[in-house]
Ligand binder design. Structure first.
Ligand SMILES: C[S@@+](CC[C@H](N)C(=O)[O-])C[C@H]1O[C@@H](n2cnc3c(N)ncnc32)[C@H](O)[C@@H]1O
Length: 206
């Protein structure tokens, strides 16, 4: 694994995936986006589309980005089956190299983490720049790992470290910064208590 690029690692992972996507949106996305009026949304590391499809089904115009062409192909098929293709654009990027155009009322980075090193803080800062005035940046990340998940080579950050890495100015207002517990469910249905870092920020209106 050591010499793999991000693209090789994630492509292999998605090509070998046999289980179906859960079809369920991420809990924290539902919690924070449910009350927002639909607008333009950008999802970093959208995987096989559960969250982007949920947003699109609620009227958002979504750009879902991932490095894996296989994940995006599955996501596009599922969006079609859900009847929301017209509201989602799937873009393949290695976000360490390129970033989608545009400004968004909602930008999400949900467990956008990888065992392959990449300049994640830089990508997250670029993501914050893509939030339109009055818009929301929702960042959820693993703070501790479930026993079955792949091992991170660097320790996870604390929520304070991640927040500091965003280098935000006074144009941002925190809505929530915390590390709540969550019950994670593994591939064999096993469960474990884990901590997530949750950062929800609003860009002040211009
Ligand atoms: C841990 S998964 C999380 C997926 C999904 N957001 C979720 O919550 O289940 C990380 C996702 O980010 C994508 N990814 C990893 N590195 C990337 C990069 N450099 N550029 C774009 N996407 C990347 C992976 O393909 C994968 O779908």
């Amino acid at each position: 694994m050591t010499n793999q690029t991000s693209e090789q690692f994630w492509e292999e992972r998605y090509r070998n995936m046999t289980g179906q996507p859960s079809g369920r949106p991420t809990g924290k996305l539902v919690e924070f986006a449910e009350a927002l009026p639909p607008g333009r949304a950008l999802e970093l590391g959208c995987s096989r589309g559960d969250d982007a499809i949920w947003l699109a089904s609620r009227g958002w115009q979504v750009v879902g980005v991932d490095i894996s062409a296989t994940a995006l192909a599955v996501a596009a098929e599922r969006a079609k089956a859900a009847g929301v293709s017209e509201r989602v654009r799937w873009e393949g990027h290695d976000l360490a190299q390129s970033f989608p155009e545009g400004m968004f009322e909602l930008v999400t980075a949900l467990y956008f983490q990888s065992p392959i090193a990449f300049p994640r803080a830089e990508v997250l800062r670029r993501a914050a720049e893509a939030v339109a005035p009055g818009g929301v940046f929702l960042l959820v990340e693993h703070s501790t790992a479930a026993p079955w998940s792949f091992k991170s080579r660097t320790p996870f950050s604390t929520v304070e470290e991640t927040l500091a890495s965003l280098q935000l100015d006074e144009s941002w207002e925190p809505i929530l910064v915390g590390a709540p517990k969550r019950e994670a469910r593994g591939p064999q249905g096993q469960t474990a208590e884990v901590l997530d870092n949750v950062i929800v920020l609003r860009k002040r209106p211009a």
